[in-house]
Design a protein around this ligand. Structure first.
Ligand code: ZN
Ligand code: ZN
Length: 488
């Protein structure tokens, strides 16, 4: 076997497994110190490339100081400091659940409704740096080992093996296709969170993860021309798989809108979901017997927690309702719109008297944050075939009593703005209860699915595996016309 190369050097025909640098604590997490526990196995520390010796203490604290990062022992004494600290295992150890170095209280689910702080364990090299006064922690390891930590974080290692193999090939394809440069300002290839792919080291490792990774070593999905496809995925499509042009404003090879059910499913009549069939799609009697792969009829809500990632809250994602009083909703809108408009380089623009927030390049940039004094209306302007809103309009009165509108063109921004944390999906209908004077008293969002809905539906893929479909069946259901190819 040839030595790994870096992901940056890697190319389709090189025949080698790349290594990957995963950001597991990012400067955006605003951490200036971090507690870690070392396992009994020997670890060496390198400061700016120089070995400083074997670490004897089982616990340490990393601090951002004046000279980069400081390593403090259990007693609070600084034993090493430098710009880059690298912690390297002196000898390879067998991977087990929870093996390696434990990082305490790190952020997961950054910015989403499931954000929390947890402890994670990592094998491979750990690198500590200070970036603009905040901590950056990088886990460097081989891509195949990384994938074991992805498939047990995105979902659980308790999932059927055909699902784990599928998730592994899809996750490997997404990394190697690399169509979406992210974190280009940091010395990492990907982050450990939903922004890229979830990765939690050995925290939830199970032998099934190694089995799935070994069984699919080097395998990716390609189009007919042999190009690795950008294999996107999300938790639950809600019944209809979304077309990528309604999520990213661009078509993608081998991805299209489709029904997430067998070919003869009654769900077929909902492709596309439009205003006329939306009520039936979201709450109709057909749901009781629906054969949709991601529906609770295939994987019951009570079984989901054992299949989901350890940081996910299980159940209720296939159909859901969020209800606000007008006050609550206006407060969420004010806070979220202010945050969106404050982002550097945020494309907010003015078009025909409306302020637009979009992921499209703006024609005109405005810095006016919508000043919502009183909400008047909330409307979905455009939907994709899965029913996901890709354009939304909020109508309100400003403090001077003027009628204003703000448009949001992006399923991601819509989910960000309409929820305290993050809305499950943008496939919803708006139900407004109005008072005697016509002003909204309560606003309900009645929705379907979890995530952008394009590419592979993870809970649907799980449902297929539970029903006995193979890895190949699942891949070709979600990605049209693909081939499976081993690159190393
Ligand atoms: Zn990321
Ligand atoms: Zn689905």
């Amino acid at each position: 076997m040839t030595a790994p190369c870096s992901l940056a050097e890697w190319h389709t025909d090189c025949g080698r497994e790349p290594s990957i640098r995963v950001g597991v604590v990012l400067p955006a997490d605003e951490m200036r110190s971090l507690r870690i526990d070392l396992p009994p196995a020997p670890y060496d520390l390198l400061v700016d490339g120089r070995p400083v010796g074997r670490m004897r203490d089982r616990a340490a604290e990393l601090h951002v100081g004046q000279r980069g990062v400081q390593w403090r022992d259990d007693g609070g004494q600084t034993v090493a400091a430098g710009e880059t600290l690298r912690l390297v295992a002196a000898a390879p150890a067998p991977v087990q659940q929870g093996s390696g170095v434990r990082l305490h209280d790190v952020v997961t689910g950054r910015g989403f409704h499931w954000q929390k702080r947890v402890g994670f364990t990592f094998e491979g090299v750990l690198e500590f740096r200070a970036v603009a006064g905040r901590l950056l922690v990088v886990n460097e390891l081989g891509l195949e080992d990384y994938l074991q930590g992805v498939i047990t974080a995105e979902m659980s290692g308790r999932c059927p093996i055909e699902f784990l193999k599928t998730q592994c090939i899809v996750a490997r394809s997404w990394v190697l296709a690399h169509t979406e440069p992210k974190h280009t300002d940091l010395p990492i290839d990907r982050c450990n969170d939903d922004c890229c792919q979830r990765y939690q080291g050995t925290t939830s490792w199970r032998p099934s993860a190694a089995e799935a990774v070994i069984a699919t070593r080097g395998q990716v999905v390609t189009d007919a021309a042999g190009h690795i496809i950008d294999a996107n995925y999300s938790k639950s499509c809600g019944g209809i798989i979304e077309a990528p042009e309604y999520v990213w404003f661009t078509p993608k090879t081998c991805q299209r809108a489709a029904v997430d059910a067998p070919v003869d499913s009654p769900c077929r009549r909902f492709l596309p979901v439009i205003e006329d069939n939306l009520d039936d799609f979201l709450g109709g009697g057909w749901l009781a017997g629906a054969d949709v792969f991601c529906s609770p009829n295939i994987v019951p809500d009570r079984d989901l927690p054992r299949y989901l990632g350890s940081v996910d809250e299980g159940g209720g994602h296939f159909r859901w309702t969020v209800t606000y009083s007008r006050d609550q909703f206006e407060n969420v809108l004010r806070r979220k719109l202010a945050r969106v408009f404050a982002e550097p380089g945020e494309p907010a623009s003015v078009e025909a008297g409306r302020i637009l927030v979009a992921d499209l390049p703006p024609r005109e940039v405005a810095c006016r944050v919508p000043a919502i004094a009183r909400l008047s209306d909330l409307r979905v302007v455009q939907r994709g075939p899965s029913g996901r809103a890709c354009e939304l309009e909020i109508e309100y009165e400003d403090r001077a009593g003027r009628r204003c509108r703000v448009g949001i063109r992006s399923e991601y921004r819509i989910r960000e703005v309409l929820h305290e944390k993050f809305l499950y999906s943008s496939a919803f209908k708006v139900s407004i209860e109005r008072g005697g004077d016509g002003t909204p008293a309560a606003i309900s969002l009645i929705g379907a699915g979890w995530g952008h809905g394009a590419g592979m539906c993870q809970i649907g893929a799980l449902g297929m595996a539970v029903r006995g479909y193979s890895c190949r069946d699942i891949l070709t259901h979600y990605f049209a016309g693909v081939e499976i190819r081993a690159l190393y």
